[in-house]
Ligand binder design. Structure first.
Ligand code: ADP
Length: 450
């Protein structure tokens, strides 16, 4: 019993830096707010870790939108071409998935955009749309400096793309030039949309209170409707504009260094972009499994797990998937299933090991949900102040596999948000096919208002 007691104390010591207190979260919320203000200011913009990019989307749907649209979705797990019909009865759509070979992702910009045009032509043939010129909305989920709804300069490629000659260029123009090269006359690009914005818009069609978009999948990001008078980086003071926060980069200026643990630092060092996207690396699907793996290795090293003998497999980067956290943390799960995961990793785990593993996973995923809540708390509180309200009632459109499939993430996110922003009533609405639907709705709203 004495030995067990000592062991419990050791475990608590390893996990302590990952357990954020209420005051820590209040501080993260305040830091996010500060970075948001910096990012919105004309003079301070360059020093902010949160880029607060204008999107030129100034209205959410009001239900009167109608028409037929083409949509492209590039930057998620798949590249897709869609046709979307927005009618009084609702939204109907058809889509095709197209593969973008790695050689094209990492080749020349011309080849990439030529390939995209080929896919559009193939889709239009299959859907019998060759003779139509439909307005096109382009969901392009990479950071862009947008200078108009249909003009957006690519800031950097992410997610394995590196096509040459694109960074600094207007992505819509690159698509139009490819259409010209391919003699495709019937292409009318009206809007370029970030996936967070698409998510907000698709949920906004169902719920007019939806003025925030959130993604928690491979990465994490958020957008919301900001008052134009607060957007120092765009001319004009009237009305609102959706701001793509690019919040994954929160902390890249060092402001979150005090909450990073040794595990977070190792994970960061082993990525292709060390020092970048630091907030995202605490929250999203691409990293949580890795954080857990490093904790397991540290615990094994202290002989708190696996009798001090981790399998050689556990030393392999990315072998511990984020979806394992979902399985391991399921309530009422037979510990047998946890042992199955352990066996696949060739770990010789006891019953006690399985219980401890679950505690580790839970600690990591709860921290992710709490940090996400602290970011959102900064957003909803700012919106409430902007509007001079005692209470704000708002809906968040959400997408991403981690949010949707993890058994406790969304619950913990909502509970923490209630705690941090008690004057806001926040509803969460999972989006269905936000990228495709959202791009069409941005195009539809643009056609409505012009
Ligand atoms: P994207 O963000 O690229 O559009 P997704 O929303 O599908 O893609 O998110 C993919 C991420 O979700 C992957 O990083 C993966 O680790 C994570 N993931 C996949 N399945 C699960 C699951 N069951 N529980 C939690 N995370 C998962």
């Amino acid at each position: 019993a004495v030995r067990l007691e000592a062991q419990r104390r050791e475990v608590a010591k390893v996990l302590a830096p990952l357990r954020l207190k209420h005051d820590d979260l209040v501080e993260v919320q305040a830091l996010m707010r500060q970075e948001m203000e910096l990012g919105l200011g004309q003079e301070t913009h360059a020093n902010a870790s949160v880029r607060m990019l204008p999107t030129y989307v100034c209205h959410t749907p009001d239900g009167t939108e109608q028409g037929e649209f083409l949509a492209l979705d590039l930057g998620g797990t798949n590249f897709r071409v869609l046709v979307v019909q927005v009618t009084e009865e609702g939204i109907r759509m058809a889509s095709e998935i197209y593969v973008i070979p790695t050689a094209i992702m990492q080749g020349t910009g011309e080849a990439l955009f030529d390939h995209i045009i080929d896919c559009i032509v193939d889709f239009q043939m299959k859907q019998d749309l060759m003779t139509h010129t439909l307005p096109l909305g382009f969901t392009f989920s990479f950071p862009c400096q947008q200078v108009g709804l249909d003009k957006a300069l690519l800031l950097t490629w992410t997610k394995g793309f590196s096509a040459s000659g694109c960074v600094g260029q207007d992505v819509v123009q690159l698509l139009r030039e490819a259409a010209e090269r391919k003699h495709h006359a019937g292409l009318k690009v009206v809007a370029l949309v970030n996936d967070t914005v698409g998510t907000m818009m698709s949920c906004g069609y169902e719920d007019p209170k939806c003025e925030i978009g959130l993604i928690v999948g491979t990465g994490t990001n958020a957008c919301y409707m900001e008052e134009m008078r607060n957007v120092g980086t765009v001319e004009g003071d009237e009305g609102r504009m959706c701001i793509n926060m690019e919040w994954g980069a929160f902390g890249d200026n060092g402001c979150l260094d005090h909450i990073f643990t040794s595990f977070d630092r190792v994970v960061d060092e082993q990525t292709i972009n060390p020092g970048k996207q630091r907030f995202e690396k605490l929250i999203s699907g691409m990293y949580l499994g890795e954080i857990v793996r490093h904790i397991l290795l540290a615990m094994s090293d202290k002989e708190l797990l696996f009798h001090g003998n981790p399998s050689p497999k556990l030393f392999t980067k990315d072998i511990f998937k984020t979806k394992f956290l979902s399985t391991i943390e399921l309530d009422g799960l037979a510990l047998r299933q946890i042992r199955q995961i352990l066996q696949d990793l060739e770990l010789d785990a006891s019953y006690e090991d399985s219980v401890l593993m679950r505690e580790v996973c839970h600690t990591v995923s709860m921290r992710a949900a709490q940090l996400c809540a602290a970011g959102l708390a900064a957003v909803v509180e700012k919106m409430r102040e902007n509007r001079g309200l005692d209470r704000l009632s708002v809906t968040v459109g959400v997408d991403g596999t981690l949010y949707k499939l993890h058994p406790h993430f969304s619950h913990c996110l909502q509970r923490t948000l209630r705690d941090l922003a008690p004057n806001c009533t926040v509803k969460f609405m999972p989006s269905e096919d936000g990228s495709g639907k959202g791009a069409a709705l941005v195009a539809a709203v643009a056609c409505r208002t012009t």
